[in-house]
Each structure stands twice: as C-alpha cells, then as structure tokens.
Design a protein around this ligand. Structure first.
Ligand code: ADP
Length: 160
C-alpha cells in the first residue's frame, strides 16, 4: 500500500529546512503532498501562487513530492487525497507545545490520521521563514538558507 503523507504549512517562503524535512520524510513515506496554506492566520509576504511556485521549483526533481493548495482542515485534506499521515517539523523545544496541541486537535477530529514529527539536520534547526525574511529585508545574503530562486524572489520583493 502506498504511504502518503501531507506536509502542511505556510511556506512563506520555503527554506532549506523545509526541503531537508521533505527529503527525510521520503525515507519513510512513498509520497509527500506539500499542502500550502491559503488562509493562514499569518499575514504572508508572498502570495499563495508565489509560495506554491517556489515549492514547485525547489522540489521539481523529486517525483514523489506533489504541491497543492490547502484551503480546508488538514485532516479533511488528507482524507481527500488518501493520505494517512501528517508530517510536521520539530526544530526546538519551542516548537513542541504548539505542535503537540495541533496533533491532539487533529487526532480528536480524525482518529485515523497520525501525526509524525521529524527533526531537520542540525544546520537547519535554527532556520525559519521569518529569519530568512528578516535577512532579506536588510539586504543580507540568504543563499545559505534558501534555494536561489527563493533568494531572487525575496530580493525583488524588498527592492520595491
Ligand atoms: P506553519 O505556519 O504551519 O508553522 P511553516 O511553513 O512555518 O508553517 O512550517 C511548516 C512546517 O515545517 C512546521 O511543522 C514547521 O515546524 C516546519 N519547519 C519550519 N522550518 C523548519 C526547519 N528549518 N526545519 C524543519 N522543519 C521546519
């Protein structure tokens, strides 16, 4: 049976940490659907289309990764796409409380879907989309943290 995991998030923008997690996920799952949240509670810098385009660009060589819009509850999205797992990243203790809360809520809504947490390589354990945006906003070099096409979009965004 094909094991499909949903990796939901805002991806504003996708970082090397997100990508690292996806590749680790593929050691366990056959397919990962990256579900890019449309109506995140967060105010996003990039539009939904830009965020999706960048995830597509970064993951284009990996057939087992698909990118879609998330515009409903993650558990409902997962069921729609025959996914049985929700994949999330845990960077530090600070992620833990929120992630466990989310996993508990998701399980109470849909007990058949499991949340799985993975941690990225050490070098990405401090990395977040917010930090990358801060660096770009101050004209810093983001090339160690994101794909070149992401750096380019951020540069253009902050030039205006
Ligand atoms: P959200 O708004 O849902 O937190 P994000 O795009 O910020 O969306 O993150 C999506 C998922 O990726 C979350 O589980 C988050 O913990 C994880 N994540 C974010 N940055 C990293 C990173 N550097 N390494 C591993 N996982 C990460």
């Amino acid at each position: 049976m094909t094991k499909i995991a949903v990796y939901p998030g805002t991806f504003d923008p996708i970082t090397n940490g997100h990508f690292d997690l996806m590749k680790r996920g593929l050691k366990i799952f056959d397919q990962i659907i990256v579900a890019v949240a449309e109506n995140s509670q967060k105010q996003t810098l990039l539009s939904l289309q830009q965020r999706i385009d960048l995830v597509n660009e970064v993951t284009k060589d990996i057939k087992a990764i698909n990118v879609m819009t998330l515009n409903k509850l993650v558990v409902d999205f997962a069921k729609d796409h025959s996914a049985t797992i929700i994949l999330r990243g845990l960077r530090a203790i600070s992620d833990f409380e929120y992630e466990v809360q989310l996993a508990s809520i998701n399980r109470s809504i849909e007990p058949s879907i499991e949340s799985v947490f993975m941690s990225p390589a050490e070098e990405y354990s401090f990395l977040s989309s917010s930090i990358v945006k801060d660096i770009a906003r101050h004209n810093g070099d983001t090339s160690d943290y994101v794909h070149p096409s992401v750096s380019e979009v951020l540069r253009e965004k902050y030039l205006k």
